[in-house]
Design a protein around this ligand. Structure first.
Ligand SMILES: [Zn+2]
Length: 202
């Protein structure tokens, strides 16, 4: 992966701080330092690599533990002296065994909703014959709304039963079609969140 970067390595004698964020959850995982070589190696291998000041050499996170951090994207900050990296961690990030270097858990997957919304938007704007989502948009708003109604009925039926797998499957169907309906109407999930935030304030 080649991402054009414009980093000023002179301010801190060849090193810049690199902050690593989980690409899915947005959680800050750890912070290290990179020199130009570490930056290049991270881009070449797709595995986040730092310059370790204690080891005085390049250090690919996970090289001993196996808990590599797969590079998703990176960018420099406003004045080019700090790097923000988005990555997928293969395991706990900290050498102490915790998910982040601040002792936090990083188990939430709700950030995937934003990825899913981006995919749904793309299916609307760049429809393909093979896409189920694109076929929903093609059928129009009434059909999408009807689908949400059907999925709502199905989750009600499963709610009365005790099958976790079937219930979660219907919950996923409902959430997915709900997001498709929002997109079909041209509204953002944030607008729904804003309604909930306003209600919460009262
Ligand atoms: Zn740590």
């Amino acid at each position: 992966m080649r991402i054009t970067m414009n980093i000023d390595f002179t301010k801190m004698n060849g090193l810049v701080p690199a902050i690593v964020q989980d690409a899915l959850s947005g959680k800050v995982l750890m912070q290290g330092f990179m020199n130009a070589e570490a930056l290049a190696k991270t881009q070449e291998t797709g595995m986040v690599t730092f310059f370790s000041r204690s080891k005085n050499r390049l250090w690919t996170k996970g090289e001993t533990s196996g808990n590599f951090m797969e590079l998703v994207s990176m960018k420099e900050d406003c004045d080019g002296d700090s790097i923000l990296i988005q990555a997928n961690p293969r395991g706990p990030v900290c050498h102490t065994g915790t998910d982040t270097c601040w002792g936090e858990e990083n188990a939430s997957k709700t950030g995937f909703i934003d990825q899913l919304r981006a995919i749904i938007k793309d299916r609307k704007n760049n429809p393909s014959d093979k896409s189920y989502t694109a076929s929903l948009f093609a059928k129009g708003i009434n059909k999408v709304a009807q689908k949400v109604g059907e999925e709502a009925v199905e989750i009600v039926i499963e709610a009365k039963d005790d099958n976790k797998e079937l219930f979660l499957g219907e919950a996923a169907d409902l959430l997915f079609h709900y997001l498709v309906l929002l997109e079909a109407k041209g509204y953002e999930l944030d607008e729904v969140m804003e309604v909930l935030i306003q209600r919460h304030k009262k």
